[in-house]
Design a binder for this molecule. Structure first.
Ligand code: ITT
Length: 198
């Protein structure tokens, strides 16, 4: 069976990734499970560049297929920030309740129609022959007036989905995966990998 190493240190991402890729005929290991401990400097200027940087960095240590995820929250009222800086916004060690409250505060004068926002996810793959593939997924919503929901991670409590009358943190994980940026990008990647494994 093919082995896939997923180049992330984010446990929230990894939990979703395992569920989304469960039907792929491959063993999916986190970087930690594969025994790869490296610090990766994400100095790309786009989600695509950063996802490729992460996947290539880990592929130096293995012959397996390596996948990586670069993702973030784009808030239109803030000129699409924090975007690729989502993890680093206000410092990596600042809690998400503080970061989420800060974004709500920055939008205190925004009208309903100015609160549009989305999660973006780019998945990069580096295959054993060196081929690089990227796929992208998004989920549109709006910044809520307060945090809501207990699920997910990161900015999930503030991305409100009017159609579901809750945030991405208010959805069961299976439902989030069905409609999320990460679910979409990973299913596109799974199709690309399946074509090459056939
Ligand atoms: P790795 O680089 O190790 O994968 P990271 O958390 O640093 O972990 P990113 O650089 O891609 O990953 O930053 C993504 C950030 O965007 C993440 O830390 C969250 O703050 C936010 N984010 C991405 N997807 C999200 C989701 O599904 N729900 C909530 N927040 C999300």
């Amino acid at each position: 069976m093919d082995k896939i190493i997923f180049a992330t240190s984010n446990e929230g991402k990894m939990k979703e990734v395992r569920l989304i890729l469960q039907n792929l005929k491959a063993e999916v290991l986190s970087m930690k499970e594969a025994g790869i401990k490296i610090d990766i400097i994400e100095d790309g200027k786009s989600f695509e560049e950063n996802a490729i940087i992460k996947a290539k960095a880990v592929s130096e240590y293995t012959d397996a297929i390596v996948l990586a995820d670069d993702s973030g929250l784009e808030v239109d009222y803030l000129g699409k920030q924090p975007g690729i800086y989502s993890a680093r916004f206000m410092g990596e060690d600042t809690s998400y309740s503080v970061k989420n409250q800060a974004i709500i505060e920055k939008l205190k004068d925004a009208k309903e129609e100015e609160r549009s926002a989305r999660f973006v996810c780019v998945i990069a793959a580096v295959l054993p022959d060196g081929e690089v593939i990227t796929t992208r997924g998004t989920i549109e919503g709006m910044i809520g007036y307060q945090e809501e929901g207990e699920g997910g991670f990161g900015y999930d409590p503030i991305l409100y989905l009017p159609e579901y009358k809750t945030t991405t943190a208010g959805l069961p994980i299976e439902m989030k995966n069905k409609i999320s940026h990460r679910g979409k990008a990973l299913r596109l990647m799974a199709e690309e990998l399946q074509k090459r494994m056939a």
